[in-house]
Design a protein around this ligand. Structure first.
Ligand SMILES: Nc1nc2c(c(=O)[nH]1)N[C@H]1C(S)=C(S)[C@@H](COP(=O)(O)OP(=O)(O)OC[C@H]3O[C@@H](n4cnc5c(=O)[nH]c(N)nc54)[C@H](O)[C@@H]3O)O[C@H]1N2
Ligand SMILES: Nc1nc2c(c(=O)[nH]1)N[C@H]1C(S)=C(S)[C@@H](COP(=O)(O)OP(=O)(O)OC[C@H]3O[C@@H](n4cnc5c(=O)[nH]c(N)nc54)[C@H](O)[C@@H]3O)O[C@H]1N2
Ligand code: SF4
Ligand SMILES: [Mo]
Length: 887
């Protein structure tokens, strides 16, 4: 493919999910850029999902952190880094280096991560370096290490193209790995690949499946133990493979039989019917080319490591690993989750896939010439923040993550941070919840963002791609690696931190991976150890291992040799599922949490895009209609969800997609974007005993309706803070910001408030105070600067039409009237297609008008014709709308 690429276009990599799509960015010279998929990148071959396509809308400098600050006061870098280095030195002197901790992120570039890890573990001498990857894939890492002796993802994306059966468990790939999911759907069209989705919720991914297994939360080990038993009983084992390349089969199968002696036991534990279980087991048994891909429903569990091993056991038992179209496949979440593992960013790793065997510690010590090298594991995220709370840790440096939102028991995290003697945050945004928290001394360090910095990331299939700079550095922001190196020099380690470029850091990282390796470690980038600056600049995406001699490998373990001492893989005897969710009469429901299609995590970046904010504009909780009836909830009304640890107020979304007894809440809203919707505050987070990854998908919870007098929205050009005591949620809209609110105030008070807020502007008002109704439009000359609607009751007024008028800037008279009357012709319904802004009503109208396929809908109204992320939703609408129009 040699499509014309303009000269100023830069090849880079999407900063969102672990699919790792290639992006072509063409700067517009004014701080923005045109964005397109890179047809040459093997992960996406030119495609981008809704989030990737909207990257250009997230580049504004609004709310960016652009200058260093100490205790809220702007400082020079010199002074701020003096405070950091001085503070670290003081804590180390008074309390020992182990009183210092780093909390890093799978969104840092490998180069940033490498320098942070080296500084902390080699030179400051603290083992307490953990990362948000603890919350993300540390159970997959632990399962890999138990089974393979190394943290190796054996397969590659082509295996998804070549599989005949893809089992997705604990993964909503249609929304969370959309471009990979499209490859799976393509495989189905091309070769009839079957798709089995295992998830207590019926997500968009489940909607697309040939078989959806709505298992009871946490029961994956029972299902896969049952599968192992079935494979044995059906004579479907690869006995030769098991004998020659593995160990521990007997113990594993004995345990599996103990957990699930028969099909009825599987049914009892998983809540599935024996027919459903039989259908899955038969499919798995008779299909040779099977990929079992897993994600957070497996990892974010108090039993996540066992879940991973229960899956891997079935692949080892059938020898379905390391060959085309088959294997267990951990889908990594963050763009550089894999890179973090490579540098050793987790508290139980040292560096370059080495751990704490004495010879490994010695090897890294010699390579780094590190005087203070640590000799054992540090505390993992949950324990680490508990130690801060107990006063054991005195200094914390947070980089590239927003733990006040994303950590379990997040209210405790806030209290803990307040106790720190030194709290350092490296951030791109000034208003993240974590950047707004304070310790006794707080230092904010501005980081360069995507598009402004250079480095590498590694995706789910071990492919290293370059992120390249295409924008000028704004304000005083700097690359994270350079700031860390600066602090290393200030602490007296000039020789070890003399890096002058990202390329120089990368070379050292690659050299360490190859140092005294000789094939003993899976992670080896020897071929890149001497890469020149020029080659680093132009390097094409490449998969590891990449040893000095011998090329890159798409798949590992093809020879049946693993990284254990006897080169055999290990079966693991897993524990019975821990299903006691401890629901009680006070908290009778199980709260599941996760993601939506168009937002990324705590929304610091996707929250800037009005297209991405349109799909789900308010924080919500999914409730089954039976539970809604039981607890007196209505669709679209507000409800309080509470757990032992905290509470939130959210809009109720009724759906049969969640099972009765379960709730689902997205993780995206923070104190910066909603009054009370931080997921982390509610979640219990019991850690898995092996990996330390906290359970984020099953917390006992209660739900109750919350009544406000009225609801409404405010659209404004500049951000307006909600008055205290109101329920609110903010979303970007075309031309400004939108606020959905609920309040106990009456319409008269709200009218007064608007007049006060917009003094000096002209207010056009419609008021019917007797019926508690109020609307107003605020003009500055001919320019519409704000508009508000307020109506009694619990239904959220639809703002789609007002949003369309607001986007116009200076509306004409008919539109001005429409704003006040609330009657507008062009109702479109909630947005389904983010790329073209096509609403539900428009799509339903197209279907009613004869568009009876996804393609026909696209031809009629453009929905689904750009990135395709909404195609599963459109497909779901087809039968519904057709049935309705037939009725
Ligand atoms: N749009 C979008 N995409 C993203 C991200 C984002 O923020 N937004 N984040 C990225 C990151 S970092 C990650 S980690 C990935 C996460 O990607 P996914 O893991 O696909 O996403 P989640 O929504 O967290 O959880 C997946 C599913 O696990 C199910 N689940 C819950 N409990 C169980 C259980 O006991 N067993 C099983 N089998 N399933 C269960 C949930 O119902 C949920 O549908 O997404 C990445 N991609
Ligand atoms: N309840 C619940 N909690 C969860 C999850 C869940 O499913 N349920 N999922 C968990 C998972 S899998 C994950 S991965 C985490 C994600 O949770 P977080 O990591 O907390 O989420 P982000 O919003 O991605 O935070 C990244 C931060 O880094 C900043 N940033 C962006 N680029 C840079 C940079 O180059 N340098 C620096 N220094 N900063 C930068 C962003 O502005 C943002 O504030 O959440 C976890 N928490
Ligand atoms: S699938 Fe979407 S979010 Fe993930 S890397 Fe590709 S474009 Fe980015
Ligand atoms: Mo993640």
């Amino acid at each position: 493919m040699t499509a014309h690429v303009p000269e100023q276009t830069v090849r880079t990599t999407c900063p969102y999910c672990g699919v790792g799509c290639g992006v072509l960015a063409t700067p517009d010279g004014q701080g923005g850029a045109g964005i397109a998929g890179d047809p040459q990148h093997p992960a996406n071959l030119g495609r981008l999902c809704s989030k990737g396509s909207a990257l250009g809308e997230t580049l504004s400098l609004e709310n960016r952190l652009l200058h260093p600050q100490v205790d809220g006061v702007r400082q020079s870098w010199e002074s701020a880094l003096g405070t950091v280095a001085g503070g670290l030195r003081k804590v180390a002197e008074n309390h020992g280096p182990e009183a210092i901790a780093f909390y890093l992120s799978g969104q840092l570039l490998t180069e940033d991560y490498y320098v942070a890890n080296k500084l902390a573990k080699g030179f400051i001498g603290t083992p307490h370096v953990d990362t948000n990857s603890r919350l993300c894939m540390s159970s997959a890492v632990a399962a890999h290490r138990r089974a393979f002796g190394s943290d190796t993802v054996p397969g590659c994306y082509e295996d998804l193209d070549e599989a005949d059966l893809i089992v997705l468990t604990g993964s909503n790939a249609a929304w969370c790995h959309p471009i990979l999911f499209r490859r799976m759907v393509d495989a189905r069209a091309r070769r009839g690949t079957k798709l089995v989705v295992i998830d207590p919720r019926k997500t968009q991914t489940g909607e697309e499946a040939d078989l959806h297994l709505g298992i009871r939360p946490g029961s994956d080990t029972a299902l896969f133990s049952g599968l192992l038993v079935h494979l044995a009983d059906a004579n479907a084992l690869d006995a030769r493979y098991v004998a020659e390349h593995t160990a521990g089969f007997e113990a594993a199968i004995d345990r599996a039989r103990l957990i699930v002696p028969d099909r009825a036991a599987v049914s009892r534990l998983t809540g599935l019917s024996e027919a459903e279980i039989g259908a899955f087991y038969d499919l798995f048994t008779r299909t040779q080319r099977v990929v079992t891909a897993f994600s957070m429903g497996v990892n974010q569990s108090a039993q996540g490591t066992d879940k991973g091993n229960a899956i891997i056991n079935c692949h080892l038992a059938t020898g379905r690993i390391g060959r085309p179209g088959m294997g267990p496949f951990s889908l990594t979440g963050q763009p550089n989750a894999m890179g973090g593992r490579e540098v050793g960013g987790l508290a139980n790793m040292l560096a370059a896939h080495m751990h704490f065997a004495p010879e490994e510690v010695d090897r890294v010590r010699r390579f780094w010439s590190a005087p203070n090298i640590i000799t054992g594991e540090g505390m993992k995220a949950v324990a680490l923040f508990e130690a801060i709370q107990r006063g054991k840790i005195k200094a914390l440096w947070v980089m590239g993550t927003n733990p006040l939102v994303s950590m379990p028991r997040a209210d405790m995290i806030k209290e803990a941070i307040a106790k720190l003697d030194l709290y350092v945050v490296s951030e791109v945004m000034a208003d993240s919840d974590t950047a707004r928290a304070t310790g006794r001394r707080t230092v904010l360090l501005p980081a360069l963002a995507w598009g402004e910095k250079d480095g590498t990331v590694t995706n789910s299939e071990r492919r290293i791609s370059r992120q390249r700079r295409f924008l000028k550095a704004p304000g005083e922001a700097r690359p994270d690696w350079a700031v860390l190196a600066d602090v290393g020099r200030r602490l007296g380690h000039g020789h070890a931190f003399s890096f002058t470029s990202a390329a120089a850091v990368f070379r050292q990282h690659a050299s360490l991976s190859a140092f005294e390796n000789n094939g003993t470690r899976d992670f080896d980038l020897g071929a890149l150890a001497d890469i020149s600056d020029a080659a680093y600049e132009t390097n094409a995406p490449v998969q590891w291992p990449l040893p000095k001699r011998g090329g890159s490998k798409a798949r590992l373990f093809a020879d049946g040799r693993f990284y254990t001492f006897d080169r055999r893989a290990r079966f693991v005897a897993v524990q019975a599922p821990a299903l006691a969710q401890a629901v009680s009469p006070e908290r009778p429901l199980v709260l599941n949490t996760g993601r939506v299609r168009d937002h990324w995590h705590t929304m610091t970046r996707t929250g800037k895009s009005h297209r991405l904010s349109a799909h789900r504009a308010v924080p919500f909780v999914e409730v089954h209609p039976d539970d809604a009836a039981r607890f007196g909830l209505t669709d679209g009304g507000l409800a309080a969800v509470s757990t032992e640890h905290g509470s939130a107020e959210l809009e109720v979304m009724l759906t049969a997609g969640v099972a009765p007894g379960s709730l689902f809440m997205p993780m995206h809203w923070s104190d910066a974007t909603a009054s009370k919707a931080r997921v982390g505050a509610l979640v219990r987070g019991i850690p898995d005993p092996v990996s330390g990854q906290p359970e984020l998908k099953a917390t006992p919870a209660a739900v109750a309706a919350v009544a406000y007098r009225a609801r409404g929205y405010l659209l404004s050009r500049a951000m307006v803070a909600s008055p205290p005591g109101w329920w609110w949620a903010r979303a970007a809209v075309a031309g400004g910001w939108g606020l959905h609110f609920a309040t106990q105030e009456g319409s008269r008070e709200v009218a007064l408030l608007m007049r006060g807020l917009f003094q000096g502007c002209e207010l056009a008002e419609y008021a019917d105070h007797a019926r508690g109704r109020y609307r107003c439009a605020v003009y500055d000359g001919s320019r519409l600067v704000a508009c508000l609607a307020y109506a009694p009751g619990e239904a959220r007024p639809d703002w789609e039409a007002a949003k369309a008028l607001f986007a116009l800037d200076a509306p004409e008279t008919p539109e001005r009237r429409a704003l006040l009357s609330g009657r507008t012709a062009a109702a479109t319904g909630p947005v389904v297609c983010a790329c073209h802004g096509v609403g539900l009503d428009v799509i339903n109208a197209a279907i009613a008008g004869g568009a009876h396929s996804v393609e026909a809908v696209g031809a009629a109204c453009k929905a689904g014709t750009n990135c395709g992320s909404c195609i599963p939703e459109i497909r779901k609408l087809l039968p519904d709308a057709l049935a309705r129009s037939a009725a």
